[in-house]
Design a protein around this ligand. Structure first.
Ligand code: ADP
Ligand code: ZN
Length: 599
């Protein structure tokens, strides 16, 4: 363990282990099997990297994320660690080189895709190599219940049969009880020690807005909280992706589109720029993200509603992997609710599947309409209890007002009922407001009692109320696809006046602007901003020269520490978190020079 600590400090430049890293590292060094559940950004990599360096031989890391291997290996080489990868993107000669290095015992770590690892040729080869451990990353891929099932993963149980003496560490950030059991079963990890961490991501601030003008809301959010930050904006359609990206560019940001309709090379290029340059916004369909390991994504914004809390948590989880403050921001509206409701109802899937997706969507909508702490509900959904409100979500920071919506809800529901449950929101709002409308005349609905009884609220407020009534399950959206609203069983007590309905007040746009000071800026004091920017410029230059992402050189948190502590000797530099021996030697002087110039 002493050796492990030395490596942590000298090679990685970190003072202490985090969470239960120390226990996990210790167990693997001793040769035990381990299943480690850690939230994204928790620091899973160190849990196998350090034992692989301490133990004799090479650590074999199985990962499905081929696109990431190059960056992972680059990052390790920056630290002076012998690392390589093997996957289908390489030519024959490169692969030969890697296998030779493995044979010669020059590798501490070898990343490899599961299908390649399980070839007879590779296994033969490993029989003759010295192996420190097997690390199985993204272990939830063995689970059919989970969302990333991969068939080759199930065959990984062979490793244990063939190499019974080599310890295995399986890791994942997704792990409800059921997935966890399946991992143990499928990988034959019955003897493994299981380490579980909280899934909370305390550095992520959750905010969910009712949609008023999505573009303006998004712009205000970026301006106020994330000027010059890297971020991801998720949209539902390709068209919207293009539209929002072009618009953000007009507003002065570097925003790049990413969706399945782009040519491969354009998509690749945009992704590379996002990874390798600072402050780029990627506007994407949910096709984007799997295998994006960029640690300094400062915000994830949704301009549509995810289908489930699982999806929401996974997508927002791409923000702030470096542990620094980050935002998960969403704006959702009536159309989202209607569309998703219809999608789950209309799909050809079997009843069981529909029921599950329905339940998942309900839970997601529940999260949106919530008036108390979002994090408590999020974690509760995953079976974890947070005892206090978090203090870092919109509802905690800016508690929403509620209003007694009983009367208004009765009117809204009556409008649907009196018109035969055949009409959609727009029509019903016109009825309530008593608007002149040819269809209403034609249907003779201007004679109804409900016609014009809702002038106390405006159009926006009525639409908002319908959204909430649908979200909360008082109204159903017709499956036929016309979006007509039908009364759900749940309406009865409400119509009879047996219950009162308190609803979230729609936020005034002005109020949203008052959300606290910028998250991105709050990481750095005003005094240090200039120096931080100068250090970023140097980092980008160095990264470009070597063709690696900037964070591989130093993380933002390391630059922030440099900007505030302003080290002027090697020793002072060494004491900055994230500066190990190899990096000190390579970059120490250059960064100290910028600091000196600045002073
Ligand atoms: P994940 O669990 O998502 O795979 P990583 O292993 O990529 O997380 O780690 C997330 C970030 O936290 C990385 O930048 C890593 O260098 C950093 N990190 C991990 N462990 C520590 C530690 N003990 N002290 C400081 N930083 C750490
Ligand atoms: Zn909260």
């Amino acid at each position: 363990m002493q050796q492990a600590r030395d490596i942590l400090q000298k090679v990685f430049g970190y003072d202490n282990f985090r969470l239960n890293q120390a226990d996990i590292v210790n167990a693997v060094i001793r040769g035990n099997d381990v299943l480690a559940l850690m939230p994204t950004g928790g620091g899973k990599s160190l849990c196998y990297q350090i034992p692989a360096m301490v133990r004799d031989g090479t650590g074999i890391i199985v990962s499905p994320l081929i696109a990431l291997m190059q960056d992972q290996v680059d990052a390790l080489r920056q630290l002076g660690i012998g690392a390589a990868f093997l996957n289908a993107t390489q030519d024959y000669r490169t692969r030969m080189q890697v296998t030779n290095d493995l044979k010669a015992g020059e590798l501490d770590l070898l990343y490899i895709a599961p299908e390649r690892l399980l070839t007879e040729q590779m296994l033969d080869f490993l029989d003759r190599a010295r192996l420190a451990l097997f690390a199985i990353d993204e272990a939830h891929c063995v689970s059919q219940w989970g969302h990333d099932f991969r068939k080759e993963y199930q065959r990984l149980s062979q490793l244990h049969e063939r190499f019974p003496k080599v310890p295995r560490i399986a890791m994942t950030a997704t792990a409800d009880q059921r997935t966890r059991e399946e991992i143990i079963e499928q990988l034959n990890l019955h003897g493994a020690t299981v380490y579980i961490n909280s899934f909370d991501r305390p550095n992520i601030r959750y905010t969910i807005n009712e949609q008023a003008n999505a573009r303006e809301q998004l712009l205000r959010f970026i301006r106020l909280e994330h000027e010059a930050s890297a971020g991801i904006v998720y949209c539902l359609s390709r068209y919207k992706v293009e539209d929002i990206a072009a618009w953000l560019c007009m507003e002065g940001y570097i925003a790049l589109p990413y969706h399945a309709g782009l040519a491969d090379e354009d998509r690749q290029r945009n992704q590379q720029r996002f990874l390798r340059e600072d402050g780029i916004i990627i506007v994407a369909t949910i096709a984007f993200g799997m295998g994006i390991d960029k640690p300094d994504v400062r915000f994830v914004a949704h301009l549509n509603l995810p289908k489930s809390i699982e999806a929401y948590y996974q997508e927002t989880g791409r923000a702030g992997r470096d542990g620094q403050p980050a935002s998960a921001w969403m704006s959702y509206g009536l159309q989202d609710v209607i569309k998703l409701r219809q999608m789950t109802q209309d799909s050809d899937a079997d009843e069981q599947y529909k029921r599950v997706s329905h339940y998942k969507l309900e839970s997601m909508l529940g999260l949106c309409e919530l008036t108390n702490c979002r994090r408590q509900t999020l974690l509760g959904y995953f079976g974890e209890k947070l005892h206090q409100p978090c203090g870092n979500c919109d509802n905690c920071l800016n508690p929403p007002q509620t209003w007694d919506a009983t009367k208004a809800a009765q009117k809204a529901i009556s409008a649907a009922y009196r018109t035969g449950q055949l009409f959609g929101v727009n029509y019903l709002v016109d009825i309530l407001l008593g608007r002149e409308n040819a269809r209403i005349k034609q249907n003779r609905h201007h004679h109804l009692q409900v016609y014009g009884i809702g002038t106390e609220l405006n159009n926006v407020a009525w639409r908002g109320l319908y959204r909430q009534l649908i979200a909360l399950g008082y109204l159903n959206v017709d499956t036929a696809g016309h979006g007509s609203l039908r009364l759900a069983e749940k309406c009865r007590p409400l119509l009879r006046g047996e219950i009162n309905l308190a609803l979230r007040k729609l936020e005034r746009t002005k109020k949203m602007a008052r959300i606290k000071s910028g998250v991105a800026d709050s990481r750095i004091s005003a005094r240090d901003t200039k120096l931080f920017e100068a250090l970023r410029v140097l980092r980008l230059e160095l990264a470009k020269k070597q063709g690696v992402p900037p964070y591989v050189i130093f993380h933002d948190s390391t630059l922030i520490a440099m900007a505030s502590k302003r080290p002027d000797t090697s020793d002072a530099m060494r004491s900055i978190s994230g500066v190990g021996e190899a990096k000190l030697k390579r970059y120490g002087r250059a960064f100290m020079r910028v600091i000196e110039q600045h002073l």
